[in-house]
Design a protein around this ligand. Structure first.
Ligand SMILES: [Zn+2]
Length: 302
C-alpha cells in the first residue's frame, strides 16, 4: 500500500499530460513529463548506442499512453507492440510531446537577421507549442499499416544491372536493431561529422527491408541475388553500392516519404527590420545532444 503522501505525489505527477498526434501509426499519444530519475537513467546508458536507444525507447514508452481512435480511453500497449507498431517518425512526435510537457520551452536561441543591411543579432525564446503549424503533421495514407508497407525502388546501373531496394518506413524496433550494430565511437563520429545520428549508408540500411541485384531485362526470381540481412546490407552500402545509385535512392525515397516527416518550425521576426527568419529544428538530434552533452550543448543560450 502506498502511504498517503506517496498517493498524493502520484496524483500530482499524473495531472499533466500532453496530447500529440502520431501521424504514421495513426494513433494519439498522451505524454507525461520527465521525472528526476529519468535524466540519470539516460546518462548512465551512454556507454553504448544500443543501450542508449533502448533507454530512450523505454523512457518514451513509460511516459506514453495511446488512444487508438477518437473517443476511446487511453491504453498502455505492451512494450514489444509499441516498438514494432510505432514508427521512427512518430518517435520524433513523442519527443516533441515529452519536451512540451516537461519543459514547455527550448530556451533562448541566438539569431542573426539575414537581411544584408540589417544583420541584427538577437536572442529569442522558442516555445514548443509554437513549433506546430498547419503543415506540421501529414497522416499515413496507404491501404496497409506502415509496418507492412513496402515501396520498391528500382535503379538502373550502367544500362546493365538493376538494383531493387524494398524501401519502408522504419519502426522504433528497426532503429534499435540498427543501433545495436554501431559502436559509440561510430556514433560520436557521425554526430561530429554530419550532425546526424546515422551516416548515409546506415540510413539506407534503416530504410530498406531488402536489396536485390539482377541483369536488366530479367525478372526477379528465386535465384536473383537478394539479402534482408542487416549486416550484409550495411556492408553492401558501405563497400559496393555506387554513389550515384545511393543518390538516386534518396531522391526516390524522399519523393515518396518526405511528406510524412513532421515539420517543426517557427517564424521569428527580426526586432530591428521585421524580416522573418524560419527556425527549424530536428528534435531527435536536439534530444540526443541534450541528453548526451547536457543543456549547454543543445544550442540553448543560458
Ligand atoms: Zn533584420
Amino acid at each position: 500500500m502506498l502511504s498517503s503522501f506517496l498517493k498524493a505525489a502520484e496524483i500530482v505527477s499524473n495531472i499533466k499530460k500532453q496530447e500529440v498526434p502520431l501521424p504514421i501509426s495513426q494513433k494519439m499519444g498522451l505524454i507525461t513529463p520527465l521525472r528526476v530519475g529519468d535524466d540519470l537513467s539516460l546518462k548512465s546508458s551512454l556507454v553504448s548506442p544500443v543501450n542508449y536507444d533502448r533507454e530512450i525507447t523505454k523512457l518514451l514508452y513509460n511516459h506514453t499512453e495511446v488512444i487508438l481512435s477518437e473517443g476511446q480511453e487511453p491504453i498502455k500497449e505492451n512494450f514489444e507492440k509499441f516498438c514494432a507498431t510505432i514508427s521512427n517518425i512518430d518517435k520524433v512526435c513523442l519527443i516533441w510531446g515529452l519536451y512540451k510537457t516537461t519543459y514547455e520551452t527550448l530556451g533562448n536561441r541566438q539569431f542573426e537577421c539575414s537581411k544584408e543591411n540589417c544583420k541584427q543579432k538577437f536572442k529569442q525564446e522558442i516555445l514548443l507549442e509554437n513549433l506546430i503549424n498547419e503543415d506540421t503533421f501529414t497522416f499515413w495514407n496507404e491501404e496497409v499499416p506502415f509496418y507492412e508497407f513496402i515501396y520498391p525502388i528500382e535503379i538502373e546501373y550502367e544500362n546493365k544491372f538493376i538494383y531493387c531496394f524494398e524501401s519502408k518506413i522504419p519502426s522504433i524496433r528497426d532503429n534499435n536493431v540498427l543501433m545495436s550494430n554501431l559502436s559509440i565511437d561510430t556514433l560520436q563520429n557521425n554526430l561530429n561529422k554530419t550532425g546526424g545520428i546515422f551516416t548515409k549508408q546506415e540510413q539506407m540500411a534503416l530504410l530498406c527491408k531488402s536489396i536485390s541485384i539482377r541483369e536488366k531485362g530479367s525478372l526477379i526470381t528465386a535465384d536473383t541475388p537478394k539479402t534482408e540481412n542487416l549486416q550484409e546490407m550495411l556492408m553492401t552500402f558501405s563497400n559496393y553500392i555506387p554513389h550515384v545509385v545511393s543518390e538516386e535512392f534518396f531522391i526516390k525515397y524522399r519523393d515518396k516519404f518526405d511528406k510524412y516527416y513532421p515539420k517543426f518550425y517557427t517564424n521569428i521576426k527580426c526586432p530591428n527590420c521585421g524580416d522573418i527568419i524560419k527556425f527549424q529544428i530536428d528534435l531527435e538530434v536536439e534530444f540526443f545532444r541534450r541528453s548526451v552533452f547536457g543543456r549547454r550543448e543543445s544550442g540553448e543560450e543560458l
